[in-house]
Ligand binder design. Sequence first.
Ligand code: SF4
Length: 323
Amino acid sequence: MSEPSVNEIILAEPRGFCAGVDRAIEIVERAIAKFGAPIYVRHEIVHNTYVVNELKAKGAIFIEDLADVPPGSTLIFSAHGVSKAVEAEAQARGFDVFDATCPLVTKVHVEVAKLAKEGYEFIMIGHKGHPEVEGTMGQLTHGIHLVEDVADVAKVQPGQTEKLAVVTQTTLSVDDAAEIAAAVRARFPKVREPKQQDICYATQNRQDAVKIMSPQVDIVIVVGSPTSSNSNRLRELAQRLGTESYMVDSADELQPEWFEGKTRVGLTAGASAPEVLVREVIDRVKALGAVSVRKMDGIEETIKFPLPKGLKLEDRPAPGHIS
Ligand code: SF4
């Protein structure tokens, strides 16, 4: 086995937490501080093992089925959003609900509801089984059809083609989504597309940074959990650009042999991965010989989303509310 030869770490910019993830975590922390543990959260608040474990330690209980939440509890919807059916069930069970759905996902929900009233059917580009896709598709009881790839576009059977609109999951590969949208356009030339695409700024910016970084490095490490859509897309993108790439949930998963014969290591993190994990990866790679850490130039993100009402210490909501 040859000795690892790592010399430099290049940090992608931007990387890590986005505004939607910051807000979702803050909602859980504030709810625990204000109402006391336990606070119930439907689904992982964001798709990151470290974040979820930290919040569990503070008193959050993560559930999938609302039947597992005791009456009178405070319940938080995860950043990925929920269907109308889940929202209605939470209300019927009388929980105090705080909605940590990312406002950029809510924007897609609002668009779907508005166009559905005008008689539109939808083609949703996304990954089957992802909670965001379930939430967005669940804004309607019918008339929304999922396509995961170009092959699905040939098979989809909308009830009519005069009023058809495209929506996408917010965390897709920008390039894949564009290719699938082009196939939809080719088959349904009258299709309505969003004015601004649904893929969010954070997903776009992190993918753009990987596109710039990949050719400059010998290996790309993405910090992110296996369930994180946007993190997986970063790893795939680097690999597609011809750079060996691995995704790790923590520094413990790094394998020294990955770095054999590699001089420059590119490092990024998905939108749900905290910077503390990036720091731990840096320390581990430094132990393999890296002497310098260089931050790439990149877009500075300043977006912040407001918190829902009812999380300031002075205003306690009435039972059964949704904010
Ligand atoms: S990745 Fe995008 S859509 Fe998801 S929480 Fe972050 S900003 Fe919102």
